[in-house]
Design a protein around this ligand. Structure first.
Ligand SMILES: [Mg+2]
Length: 250
């Protein structure tokens, strides 16, 4: 741990010692984006390639980069860096349009307990909260803003689907930003990944950090509990228990 010298997040004050770094997944953990989320992939592929999409890959826990690559594979289209960049840009544009039209807000929701938990964590300056998500950064921020959660996160130290196609490489990205942008270095036991799929657990394990799984996405409590994460919960609605779990020993 070390002293924060760059107070970029409004709630951080000069001299506050950060002791916990909490990284939330987005879809199925904080919010449900509804049909606008997967539909944005279909629209991005259709707009760039001029094809009608009839089959969607399974998306839970995957990075946007990986999902787009699976669309190309199913369509028999060769992947190039230029094409991937165009598709990911189109994906962000498609979600922006779903935001402008009201589709994203109307079809989505904040998951149980999320607002209260984020407020509780924000009240403790020793806890720094950001995102670790497969969403490209534009879409991660948009989803948080649309559902009124954007103020709770220090986005500059998060890791996103636009940073790497492999989710297992994202925790080191976030920890590198925490070190470089906030001058904070923590032990793995002081870092939590919170997510809703086996892929969230895998990325935490790959980096030697802790993981809380919540059964608010596409997996049942029983399916997640059997994976042996550090903790598994039905949802995040028990603010006291979850916050104590994340900030224990402070
Ligand atoms: Mg998720």
């Amino acid at each position: 741990m070390s002293v924060v010298r760059c107070a970029c997040a409004s709630r951080l004050q000069l001299g506050v010692v950060v002791r916990r770094f909490v990284l939330f997944d987005v879809d199925g953990t904080l919010v449900r984006a509804g049909e606008a989320g997967p539909a944005s992939f279909d629209r991005a592929v259709a707009s760039v390639l001029g094809v009608t999409v009839t089959e969607r890959p399974h998306m839970a826990g995957k990075t946007d980069h990986l999902i787009v690559g699976e669309y190309l594979e199913s369509l028999g289209v060769a992947r190039t860096d230029q094409l991937m960049a165009a598709l990911l840009d189109a994906l962000a544009d498609a979600l922006a349009e779903a935001d402008r039209s009201g589709e994203l807000r109307a079809g989505g929701s904040v998951l149980p307990g999320v607002n209260d938990l984020l407020k509780c964590l924000a009240d403790d300056d020793r806890v720094l909260v950001s995102l670790l998500t497969g969403n490209v950064v534009r879409n991660a921020k948009r989803k948080m803003d649309v559902f009124g959660l954007g103020a709770w996160f220090d986005f500059e130290v998060g890791a996103y689907g636009s940073d790497h196609h492999d989710r297992n490489c994202l925790v080191p990205v976030a920890l590198g930003r925490l070190r470089d942008r906030r001058d904070v270095t923590l032990d793995g036991s002081d870092v939590w990944v919170i997510g809703d799929t086996p892929r969230d657990l895998a990325c935490a394990r790959a980096a030697g950090v802790r993981c809380l799984l919540v059964a608010t996405g596409g997996y049942t409590f029983g399916e997640l509990e059997s994976l042996g994460a550090d903790a598994t919960m039905a949802d995040l609605s028990d603010t006291d228990t979850v916050s104590k779990l994340l900030t224990g020993d402070l």
